[in-house]
Structure formats: structure tokens, C-alpha cells
Design a protein around this ligand. Structure first.
Ligand SMILES: [Zn+2]
Length: 84
């Protein structure tokens, strides 16, 4: 695997990081975007917690087998998180 030099990794904002979180959890991002997000997570506790939460949630939902029909639930959780 190619190592990406941390110094060349662009600093991204929390807004940009959050947009990448779902793809990251689904293992859909590679290379630069992944490095940018991981770099952000190393420096941002808030987004790190968000990823940890989403991962937990995803594994719970998968266990409950509600994946596809959970869009409304998802929105409720997002609303809750914004108030968090
Ligand atoms: Zn952040």
C-alpha cells in the first residue's frame, strides 16, 4: 500500500469531514480523501466521536437488519446529533 506523506495532506474542515464519514465507514473512499479524513480525525475529537458513533450505529442496524428501511430513523438521528 502506498504511503501518503502527512505533510502533503490537505487540512479539511469539519463540514468536509462529515461528508466523507459515511463513505469512509462503508469503505468507499481511498487515497487522498481517505488520508485527508484520517488526518482530520487525528486532530478533531468531535469528528472522531462521530465516526465511532456511526460505526457502532451501523453495526447495530445491520444486526437488527433494518438497513434499507432506516432512512427516517437516520434523519432522526442526524437531527439529534445536530443538537448534540
Ligand atoms: Zn472535525
Amino acid at each position: 500500500m502506498k504511503t501518503i506523506n502527512k505533510k502533503t495532506v490537505k487540512t479539511i474542515s469539519c463540514d468536509q469531514a462529515i461528508k466523507l464519514v459515511f463513505s469512509y465507514i462503508d469503505d468507499e473512499i481511498r487515497g487522498t480523501h481517505r488520508a485527508e479524513l484520517e488526518h482530520h480525525l487525528e486532530t478533531c475529537r468531535h469528528c472522531f466521536d462521530r465516526v465511532a458513533f456511526e460505526k457502532l450505529l451501523k453495526s447495530r442496524l445491520r444486526r437488527l437488519n433494518v438497513g434499507g428501511s432506516s432512512k427516517r430513523l437516520r434523519q432522526r438521528i442526524d437531527t439529534l446529533l445536530e443538537q448534540f
